[in-house]
Design a protein around this ligand. Structure first.
Ligand code: FNR
Length: 342
């Protein structure tokens, strides 16, 4: 890993340093076993289509990389994995390339490596429609992710302090972009009120990206010796809680899960909690940095594993999983009680 003092490099190397240190909320979620699955493994379909985006598996590589020479190379590895496993993939925020065109290739490599794959560009909510169009053009992207990362910005001494334009920016991008828009958190989760607000401005794809995996308050605090905001490291809602919050208020939009999802069983639990697809970042980064060929093999096996779990649950399609019987325990159940979530 490079030793240069570069923010993009540090995000990747620190996500690896803290890999698997998060407290997954999925431990609070259990399936009820029923002895007659009433379907066969061969009947299971993993296909999901959202706003014309066709996912051949209900999980994808979520936003992480690009913006420096090394993270460009990491993007190439991730894109290779995406191509060989037919997984959709988002790049990290392309704002670095919009500011400094010499970084554009560190993102373009994703489309070059995987010309026919499902590729999402990514940009912060501080950007308007023009930059959103540039981001999509840069990658010939199939969709744009807009990230909401207020706690991360607040922890960073050099971070944004102005958030009042965000809602208008998101709305103008949704109305004017011409490709699907996914609005996502970055590991702090969402409330039912946020989901409701996003739907009211026309957002139809919402990634609740909850707490339990990568923690950007922790990463940003670690990057500096003084002026840390330690208290914010516990900020936010877990992924399980955010999914339950979203279920409570969502009407038309599709919910995407991410945050601390590291295994096929957690992908399935997130789908059973109402998500249409699950995004994985630090887990796939960990696999990609370790060995690309092994990552391809493991992720290919995950598809089979997900099919088998779905068979046990009697769910022949991803949407059937929403009907499975679940028990919610621990802190997740306490949260639901406090917020009157059934
Ligand atoms: C991220 N994430 C992220 N999200 C985003 O919308 N734009 C970005 O540029 C980045 N950059 C980024 C870099 C690295 C190294 C990591 C690990 C993550 C956040 C990511 O997409 C996801 O929302 C969270 O990481 C939670 O998922 P995991 O990591 O717990 O699976």
């Amino acid at each position: 890993m490079p030793k240069t003092n570069n923010r993009k490099n540090e995000h990747v190397s620190l996500s690896e340093k803290f890999y698997d240190k998060g407290d997954s909320s999925f431990k609070d979620v259990s399936f009820v076993h029923h002895s007659f699955p009433q379907c066969d493994v061969k009947d299971i379909s993993l296909n999901v289509t959202l706003e014309g985006l066709h996912f051949s598996s209900p999980f994808f590589i979520n936003a992480m990389s690009g913006g420096s020479a090394w993270t460009g190379k990491v993007n190439e590895k991730l894109a290779l994995i995406a191509r060989e496993t037919d997984l959709a993939m988002a790049t990290g925020s392309v704002s670095a390339a919009l500011k400094d065109p010499s970084q554009a290739d560190t993102f373009r490599i994703v489309r070059q490596t995987n010309p026919n794959g499902l590729v999402f560009a990514n940009l912060g909510a501080g950007h308007g429609l023009e930059n959103a169009k540039r981001a999509v053009d840069l990658l010939d992207a199939d969709a744009l992710q807009i990230h909401l990362n207020a706690p991360q910005e607040i922890v960073m001494p050099e971070g944004d302090r102005e958030f009042s334009e965000w809602i208008d920016n998101v709305q103008s991008i949704v109305e004017g972009l011409g490709v699907p828009v996914i609005v996502k958190e970055v590991g702090f989760g969402m409330s039912r009120e946020t989901v409701e607000l996003l739907e009211s401005i026309g957002v139809s794809l919402i990634d609740i990206s909850g707490k339990g995996g990568t923690n950007f308050a922790q990463i940003e605090n670690y990057r500096r010796k003084d002026f840390k905001l330690d208290d914010l490291e516990a900020w936010g809602q877990s992924t399980a809680v955010s999914l339950l919050e979203a279920q409570e208020s969502v009407s038309q939009a599709s919910i995407i899960a991410s945050g601390g999802i590291r295994r096929p069983m957690e992908i399935v639990k997130a789908l059973a909690l109402g998500a249409s697809v699950s995004g994985l970042s630090s887990q796939i980064m960990h696999m990609a940095l370790d060995d690309v060929d092994e990552a391809i093999m493991a992720l290919t096996n995950w598809k089979e594993e997900i099919k088998r779990i779905m068979t046990l649950l009697g769910a022949t399609s991803v949407s059937d999983l929403k009907q499975t019987d679940l028990i919610i325990a621990g802190e997740t159940a306490e949260w639901c009680d406090a917020r009157n979530i059934d």
